[in-house]
Write a protein of this length. Structure first.
Lengths: 113, 115
């Protein structure tokens, strides 16, 4: 079945550092890909998405590009802030089905001042 | 506040007791989803409704679990005869239908601890 693999955390960075969180997927069709963010004590929020190969999703300075050839959707940000500290989840869904997402295990990001 | 709300936020119960959680979705959303999240894992799908119809159930949803959405608005998730393995965060989400179902809005979750 479909699955998502994320790099293990925590990822610890200093403010203004460059961020990469790796995500790879396995799917039989052509899934849509997502990054969700979960701040402490809050529900998950959709951060960005891409629905077809070579699409780039972007939001709040975060970017991810749908790479079909490497089955990847890595999350990047050029300069992280303390307020970016959260857990980040990569997910996929089958647009031909019920749109139920399959989530990765999440990667915790800790940004120090 | 027009987001997804869940009550209670925390529930501690003894093994064997029944518990019920409530989810109030965003008012114009047709779809409502329940997920379970354990420590260090991503959310796992349990079931979803489109309006009042329960359209899909995961094999994770054992016969001790039942969910309802009687009027197509709020939903309840009941767990009967709770077990320690039921301890988890239970998340609710809502969305529009069709392609708009790609964007789900999550509530803050109900954390269940079974002693």
């Amino acid at each position: 079945g479909d699955s998502v693999t994320q790099m293990e955390g925590p990822v610890t960075l200093s403010e203004e550092a460059f961020l990469t969180i790796n995500c790879t997927y396995t799917a039989t069709g052509y899934p849509s890909l997502f990054w969700y963010v979960q701040y402490p004590g809050e529900g998950l929020q959709l951060l960005l998405k891409a629905t077809k190969a070579d699409d780039k999703g972007s939001n709040k300075g975060f970017e991810a590009t749908y790479r079909k050839e490497t089955t990847s959707f890595h999350l990047e940000k050029g300069s992280v802030q303390v307020s970016d500290s959260a857990v980040y989840f990569c997910a996929l869904s089958d647009p031909g089905g019920s749109y139920i997402p399959t989530f990765g295990r999440g990667t915790s990001l800790i940004v120090h001042p | 506040d027009t987001g997804v709300s869940q009550n209670p936020r925390h529930k501690i119960t003894k093994r064997g007791q029944n518990v019920t959680f409530r989810c109030d979705p965003i008012s114009e959303h047709n779809r409502l989803y329940w997920y379970r999240q354990t420590l260090g894992q991503g959310p796992e799908f349990l079931t979803y409704f489109q309006n009042e119809a329960q359209l899909e159930k995961s094999r994770l949803l054992s016969d001790r679990f039942s969910a309802e959405r009687p009027k197509g608005s709020f939903s309840t998730l009941e767990i009967q005869r709770t077990e320690q393995g039921d301890s988890a965060m239970y998340l609710c989400a809502s969305s529009l239908y069709g392609e708009m179902a790609n964007e789900q809005f999550f509530g803050p979750g109900t954390r269940l601890t079974v002693l």
